[in-house]
Ligand binder design. Structure first.
Ligand code: HEC
Length: 244
């Protein structure tokens, strides 16, 4: 009897703990799709450019991007900026680097986005790749704030349905109308979140489109090759199978 009781107790316990674990890890991902998904997916250049504007204007104060060089903003599959546009972007944003004497000088196109340290915010160079389903994760966090906040040991935490644990140590960075888009697009919260996600995905995986295109080319090649082999095979064996 005792054995049955304790077996029952551990069963109940297991049920409760797995249930609690599932609840703790329960993150709500937004139902969102991006142009770069699927075998023919590509980055939406206008969105990537607007996302760059959001990153620069809103996120770059806390999140660095130390593995991304300014010159890569020329990427045809990404932002596709001209050399002059990149120079103008650097100048307008006022990015600076230290020269060999330690003095701050204007950044050049071959320099990298600054690393931001100390704020406790992860670097964004690879964030979209470092998280499972990274693009959806980023978009969901940006749009997942409930408006609730609490203070824990002097730190304000913000309730966020997409963040593991449900509370994030980042005030809502986007509200809508945070930037005035240079291309005239209306800057709603969802639009901004989508655009900065496009940009961050490109930053983390700039060769995504080339890889997909190579994959599709390989599959087409393999199909043609298979058809060819079929006919060659028939021809080679024709005399054996159907002797005159
Ligand atoms: C005021 C500083 C600040 C700004 C501005 C800011 N963030 Fe954050 N962000 C943080 C901090 C700090 C964390 C870590 C939160 C934590 O550990 O709870 C964070 C975490 C995140 C995460 C979760 C990262 C993970 O570990 O999965 C994402 C996504 C994110 N930020 C995106 C953005 C985007 C996009 C912007 C610009 C629109 C932005 N943040 C602007 C401070 C900031």
């Amino acid at each position: 009897m005792n054995m049955i009781k304790s077996a029952f107790a551990s069963l109940v316990l297991a049920f409760i703990t797995t249930g609690a674990f599932a609840a703790g890890g329960d993150v709500k991902h937004a139902d969102v799709e991006f142009s770069f998904e699927g075998p023919f997916g590509v980055y939406d250049r206008a969105a990537v450019q607007r996302g760059l504007q959001i990153y620069q204007g809103v996120c770059s104060g806390c999140h660095g991007m130390k593995f991304v060089a300014f010159r890569t903003l020329a990427d045809e599959n990404g932002p596709g900026l001209s050399n002059d546009q990149i120079k103008a972007f650097i100048a307008e944003a006022g990015y600076e680097v230290e020269d060999e004497t330690g003095e701050l000088v204007p950044a050049q196109t071959y320099d990298y986005f600054p690393a931001v340290t100390g704020a406790g915010a992860p670097d964004m160079s690879l964030l979209a790749k470092a998280r499972a389903d990274g693009a959806v994760h980023i978009y969901s966090i940006l749009t997942g704030y409930t408006g609730e906040e609490k203070e824990v040991a002097g730190t304000v935490l913000y309730e966020n349905t997409a963040y593991p644990g449900g509370w994030i140590n980042m005030a809502p960075p986007l509200w809508g109308d945070d930037v005035e888009y240079t291309d005239g697009t209306e800057a709603t919260l969802e639009r901004e979140a989508r655009d900065v996600t496009q940009f961050l995905m490109w930053a983390a995986e700039p060769t995504l489109v080339e890889r997909k295109q190579a994959g599709v080319r390989n599959i087409i090649f393999l199909i043609i090759f298979a058809v060819m082999l079929y006919f060659v095979n028939r021809r080679v064996w024709a005399k054996v199978k159907h002797p005159e």
